[in-house]
Write a protein that binds this ligand. Structure first.
Ligand SMILES: Cc1cc2nc3c(=O)[nH]c(=O)nc-3n(C[C@H](O)[C@H](O)[C@H](O)COP(=O)(O)OP(=O)(O)OC[C@H]3O[C@@H](n4cnc5c(N)ncnc54)[C@H](O)[C@@H]3O)c2cc1C
Length: 449
């Protein structure tokens, strides 16, 4: 029943959405006595970093579950802690929890069968990109549900994408062209790829649209519900049991859902992927930090990728910085700039906060602005673990990976959403891989519905 520090109280399904309402947990505090040596304490307290001061001066909305959906300083510290544990681990991180288990025999004769409260053709775990594939499958007449541990909501920070990739959503029957127009909040041309002293190339119509995930996902969610889809929000996947005739999902909140196929769209840190990869340390990691800020007078073009420096030392590690920059949809002077680098995860690899400290010095120089003239609207950060063995081959009967969990995202452009749209046709069309998998499961198993 607990998610982080909030308690989830189950509500009845409403409009196809089963929700869990957040309630503050009871807090017991010990009576504090004022320390006599207050001045001494103040002197020894760590001075907040520039990153902390900047981030704590911005009011950020609620966090969402998908990659890059948290903007607070405390969420940055949490991600840095995860990153440090990846760096300090041996080749294999601690033994991952077993989430998926095989059970010989048929589900209908198992003890669990009586407890399954809902039955579906497909259950999609994770609702950021998961809602897109869920809608594509619902549109094909399948009974589909989505399980999302947070609210099923897109982030405020735009995704960059090319029109051709967006149109794949229309071709898959998930959106119409008006939806695309509604969710596209900015477009820009031309777009540069450049390396200092090596020259630059300017291109048109490549990653030149900004779509607003919060709008796009809202539209897709409505479509999914209208098609009869069911959403379990505030529900966390805790176990998957594979039988000869069914894949059964246990939620941390206690419900049991049965299906013929489970799609894992739980992102880079999916517990199922952790189990498949045996807790193996990533072969490489792309670290990204950046901000969306107001005050850029020169704001019509973009950098798809730009590097203005060679390898430099950060702490004990050597890194090369790359940049992305593009206009944001929130206002004509608003611009997003990302600084990213590729590292082997080692104990001396730089932390995200260290990269941000460098970013505040280097970004104004790169963009030809003064930081004093900028209003920082949002600070953004993320880590993209990558493995040589990608895309990830399917490891269990009846469980498939989609989105970042599948290892198909591009760490060069962070294009996880773009990657999904590029593969959506192949995944959901008549001859496609998802369709073939569905046919195998649907024709060879009795319907549990
Ligand atoms: C800084 C940054 C910039 C980016 N820019 C772009 C861009 O411009 N263009 C682009 O195409 N892509 C971009 N991306 C990548 C894009 O955000 C991701 O590829 C995309 O969010 C991946 O979606 P996903 O659903 O596969 O995984 P995630 O976004 O990680 O979502 C996984 C979902 O699963 C849920 N979940 C996790 N565990 C559980 C559980 N146990 N039970 C239930 N639910 C669970 C999470 O709450 C979450 O909603 C960027 C990413 C970052 C970090």
């Amino acid at each position: 029943m607990f998610s982080g520090t909030t308690m989830m109280v189950p509500l009845r399904p409403c409009n196809g959405v089963s929700q869990y309402l957040s309630k503050s947990p009871m807090v017991h505090t010990k009576r504090q006595t004022t320390p006599r040596n207050v001045c001494m304490k103040a002197q020894t307290q760590a001075v907040p970093s520039r990153t902390q001061r900047i981030m704590e001066s911005i009011s950020v909305g609620g966090e969402v579950g998908g990659a890059g959906g948290a903007y607070s300083y405390s969420a940055l510290k949490r991600l840095d802690k995860t990153w440090s544990s990846i760096c300090s681990a041996q080749t294999v991180q601690q033994e991952p929890q077993q989430v998926v288990s095989d059970f010989p025999g048929v589900f209908s004769r198992s003890a669990l069968a009586e407890k399954a409260v809902h039955k579906f053709d497909v259950i999609v775990c994770g609702g950021t990109l998961g809602i897109f594939i869920a809608t594509a499958l619902s549109a094909k007449g399948l009974k589909v549900s989505v399980v999302e541990r947070n609210l099923l909501k897109g982030r405020e920070q735009e995704w960059n994408i090319s029109r051709k990739e967006l149109m794949e959503l229309v071709e898959a029957g998930i959106l119409n062209e008006n939806d695309i127009e509604d969710a596209t909040v900015v477009s820009f041309n031309p777009n540069r790829c450049g390396f200092e002293k090596k020259g630059e190339i300017w291109v048109e119509d490549i990653l030149n649209l900004g779509v607003l995930p919060v709008k796009l996902i809202e539209i897709v969610k409505k479509r999914f519900l209208a098609l009869g889809g069911v959403i379990f929000e505030g529900c966390s996947v805790s176990g998957i049991s594979i039988y000869d005739d069914a894949a059964v999902l246990q939620l941390a909140e206690g419900n049991i859902l049965s299906s013929r196929l489970i799609i894992d769209a739980m992102g880079n840190f999916s517990p199922v992927v952790k189990q498949i990869r045996g807790g193996r340390k990533p072969d490489g990691v792309c670290l990204v930090v950046g901000s969306c800020a107001r005050g850029f007078e020169d704001n019509s073009t973009s950098d798809v990728i730009y590097s203005s420096s060679s390898v430099k030392k950060v702490g004990n590690a050597e890194v090369q910085y790359f940049w992305e920059a593009f206009p944001a949809g929130s206002g004509p002077l608003d611009r997003t700039t990302y600084m990213f680098t590729y590292v082997n995860p080692q104990p001396d690899s730089p932390k995200l906060e260290e990269l941000l400290e460098n970013y505040w010095d280097l970004m104004p120089e790169y963009q030809g602005v003064s930081i004093d003239n900028l209003e920082i609207l949002r600070v953004i950060y993320g880590i993209f673990p990558t493995y040589c063995e990608s895309p990830l081959p399917a490891a269990f009967n009846r469980v498939l990976q989609v989105g970042d969990a599948s290892g198909i995202q591009s760490p060069v452009s962070f294009g996880g959403f773009g990657s999904l749209t590029r593969h959506l046709g192949r995944l959901s069309n008549e001859q496609g891989f998802m369709k073939q998998s569905m046919e195998i499961f649907l024709t060879h198993t009795a319907c549990p519905c």
